[in-house]
Ligand binder design. Sequence first.
Ligand SMILES: CC(C)(COP(=O)(O)OP(=O)(O)OC[C@H]1O[C@@H](n2cnc3c(N)ncnc32)[C@H](O)[C@@H]1OP(=O)(O)O)[C@@H](O)C(=O)NCCC(=O)NCCS
Length: 208
Amino acid sequence: MQLFMRIWVKLLTTWWQITVPMRLRAIGVELGRDVRFYGMPIVSLAKSSRISIGDRVVLCSDSRFTALGVNHPVVLRTLRPQAEILIGADTGISGGSICAALRVSLGKECLLGANVTIADTDFHAIKPSGRRFNGNLLEIGAAAVRVEDNVFIGTGAIVLKGVTIGKKSVIGTRAVVNKSIAADVIAAGTPAREIRSFPQADEKKEKW
Ligand SMILES: CC(C)(COP(=O)(O)OP(=O)(O)OC[C@H]1O[C@@H](n2cnc3c(N)ncnc32)[C@H](O)[C@@H]1OP(=O)(O)O)[C@@H](O)C(=O)NCCC(=O)NCCS
């Protein structure tokens, strides 16, 4: 039985490694080397927009391949012409959603826990009159999001428009991040606030 399961897993992962890159390249996604896919992500590009996935990025869309499980496959969507989603090398995403009307960039070696959401737009206008059918981009809030290198975002967190998260910082589970967070800090809560900073001394000598 175990042997059968191992063969099945090998077949599944090989299938994804062959078919997902083909499908993503066919719709215009730029893929680095050795990107790994567990399950089929949901990816769509607006006209003249860009999605770039760096070397050795791991996208997990299948609960069997990540500890906490995922609520849905990884979703990557650009929503407007010229929008960009840029994912740096060695970053890992489990079942997250990233939507860009302008630009969402993730640095290198970031970790996005299960089901993190990052969106650089409000999707709909704040102004109530005609909101249901209001597609006027000037009335829909949007501002680029930047997540710098080696940031760890806890499961279920939501990062909203205009936010920068500085390098090496950690965002707690289920945080709503609506203001920028400095580098080298832990932030948590709703709205996310810094709860402490990392010691400035040599990390390797510090006790964590
Ligand atoms: C952010 C985190 C790493 C901080 O851990 P820590 O440094 O051990 O922090 P502590 O537990 O000592 O908490 C420090 C303070 O922040 C608060 N806090 C910690 N995490 C919080 C959260 N997610 N939301 C709100 N407040 C939080 C604590 O209540 C505590 O407040 P107090 O000082 O008033 O008592 C941890 O809380 C966390 O969210 N871990 C989960 C990461 C995750 O999602 N992993 C899954 C990846 S798939």
